[in-house]
Write a protein that binds this ligand. Sequence first.
Ligand SMILES: [Zn+2]
Length: 277
Amino acid sequence: MIHEITPHVYDNAFHICTPKDSDVALYYAGKDMLIWQNEGAIDLPRFEQLNASAKENAEYLFSIDELGFYLLKAQPQVCETYAGSITMQPTQLMRSADQWIGFAGITGAQLSRWEESHKFCGKCGALMRHSSRERALVCPECKLREYPKISPAIIVAISDGDDLLMIKSPGSTTNRYHLIAGYVEVGETFEQTVAREAMEEVGVKVKNVRYYKSQPWSFSDTIMVGFTAELDGERTPFSLQEEEIADAKWIRREDIVLGTDSSSIGSEMIRNFKEGK
Ligand SMILES: [Zn+2]
């Protein structure tokens, strides 16, 4: 999965510090980010490749091993030596880089989006400031405190013996089937979300809901919480939630077609079921 970057170690403890020349500069604009391309390899730009002014207003986000990752608030000037190799590219290109670099790129993007959408206090409209003691934005007028946006969502592998319940989304062009997933509503436990989503999306009652693993999914500001569950009772015709589900099927273990992408918790859970784990 995309966050599994061993032997590298991600450390997101809060610090206020200034970048070293060898540290990484993250700069985002819309769906693009600044990257360094060198003979086909993709990496993230370092401060030593940028003009000294890039260090001004660089905000420390996290480290991976000894490398610090900083968010830039303005597009930096690139040193002449590196002109042309440091360019804005769509963020999906990060999937072509080493996995730990890709993980850093999408994690930084989530924090960048959060800051961009919380420049002003939602209560009184004042300009927000960074907290000096934790990762939060604070209103200097009314003291409203905003933390990074992380939306919890469940994903569930529902089985009935050797069959797995899989669904297809409307507008899907790949004919790919996937697992039931949905955002947690206010006042719910994760287990209640699993039961509600299964009933709402396909009209299926579940039992034996068990936690599997969780996965940060920065592309949608989400933390995915994975569960397994079993069909409760006899099979009945599906009752599809038309806006969200185009089709639903019970698919036998041996008939499941695996996709090539192994970055998501959903793909890992489908593979586990197929392999009888
Ligand atoms: Zn305020």
